[in-house]
Design a protein around this ligand. Structure first.
Ligand SMILES: O=P(O)(O)O[C@H]1[C@H](O)[C@@H](O)[C@H](O)[C@H](O)[C@@H]1O
Ligand SMILES: [Mg+2]
Ligand SMILES: [Mg+2]
Length: 312
């Protein structure tokens, strides 16, 4: 079933055409709705995120089959295209116009030198195309990811699988959805019999590959049913939220891969932690996510760390 803004609003309750002048006059808006009831302070922001993700997804879907200009970033396999840049600019310029006091962390702006710092201010955390390598190869697994945090707490996440037209959304405390269906994680507690997803990350030196393959080998010796690498961290994390797999781990992803998906998994009843077994550190470039804390901890215990530094 295709997502549409009308259906989405029906499900989540459409934001009225509220007067945001109160917000604008306040300078640093306390909310996106101005007069909107205080009990729902970020509804307008999430509505806007959904509209922009759907619009950006149309651009990506059309560009998937077209010729691309490809360049590289941190390694020869860390790819970026003009569409990544175009989509990030489309999203951030629209958000900056509507919410001028908010802050923005974008994958491609960060690559171009913008500071990647999470403050207490309302902050948008954006991956314009997650799965750029898939996009370059016309492999149909790509997503637009928009996360939102206030006071360093993740408030909502929107991930649009723009080829399958699946819109994953979640707001803190209000459940997680794919189009109109509620999402629930699995209850698998052991590595044995679990289906685990991971991603390779952009480093390909022999030492990194040895650690990456060693981690997979260790989990497979625990008789995991399987390990999958699909080329998109955000869509892998959405599969955890939807119960299509039991756990995900990675070294080498970023806050823009994690922000939206973390809200979606938590609201689907799952857990997102650090690879040390401690609490998630959004800027640490590493994660373990699972339907149960038992499985997340069991995987974390088996992982050898691959150092990718930090986003901030
Ligand atoms: O660059 P995009 O936004 O495509 O994100 C991907 C990273 O590039 C990969 O290193 C990483 O391994 C994941 O595949 C992640 O989704
Ligand atoms: Mg990206
Ligand atoms: Mg990404």
């Amino acid at each position: 079933m295709k997502p549409c803004e009308g259906a989405w609003n029906k499900q989540h309750g459409a934001a009225g055409d509220t007067d945001r002048s109160a917000c604008a006059e306040a300078g640093e808006p306390r909310c996106c709705e101005g007069a909107q009831a205080a009990g729902d302070p970020w509804k307008q922001c999430m509505d806007t995120a959904v509209q922009l993700a759907l619009r950006a997804g149309q651009v990506v879907r059309k560009a998937l089959t077209e010729e691309k200009r490809v360049s590289t970033k941190t390694s020869v396999v860390d790819l970026v295209t003009e569409t990544d840049h175009f989509v990030e600019e489309l999203i951030i310029s629209a958000l900056r116009e509507k919410f001028p006091s908010h802050r923005f962390i974008g994958e491609e702006s960060t690559s171009a030198g913008s500071k990647c710092v999470l403050t207490d201010s309302p902050t948008w955390i954006i991956d314009p195309i997650d799965g750029t390598c898939n996009f370059v190869h016309r492999f149909p697994l790509v997503a637009v990811s928009i996360g939102f945090a206030v006071n360093r707490e993740l408030e909502f996440g929107v991930i649009y699988h723009c080829i399958d037209e699946k819109l994953y959304t979640a707001r803190k405390g209000r459940g997680a959805f794919c189009n109109q269906a509620r999402l629930h994680v699995t209850k698998e507690t052991g590595i044995k019999n679990s289906l685990i997803l991971t991603e390779i990350g952009p480093k390909r030196d022999p030492a990194t590959l040895k650690l990456f393959l060693g981690n997979m080998e260790r989990l497979l010796t625990f008789q995991a049913h399987g390990i999958r690498v699909i080329g998109s961290a955000t869509l892998s994390l959405c599969h955890i939220a939807s119960g299509a797999s039991d756990a995900f781990y990675q070294f080498g992803l970023h806050c823009w891969d994690l922000a939206a998906a973390t809200v979606i998994i938590r609201e689907a009843g799952g857990f997102v932690i650090d690879t040390s077994g401690g609490p998630l550190d959004l800027m640490s470039c590493r994660v373990v996510a699972a339907g149960t804390m038992e499985l997340a901890q069991s995987i974390a215990q088996e992982l050898q760390t691959i150092d990718y530094g930090r986003d901030d």
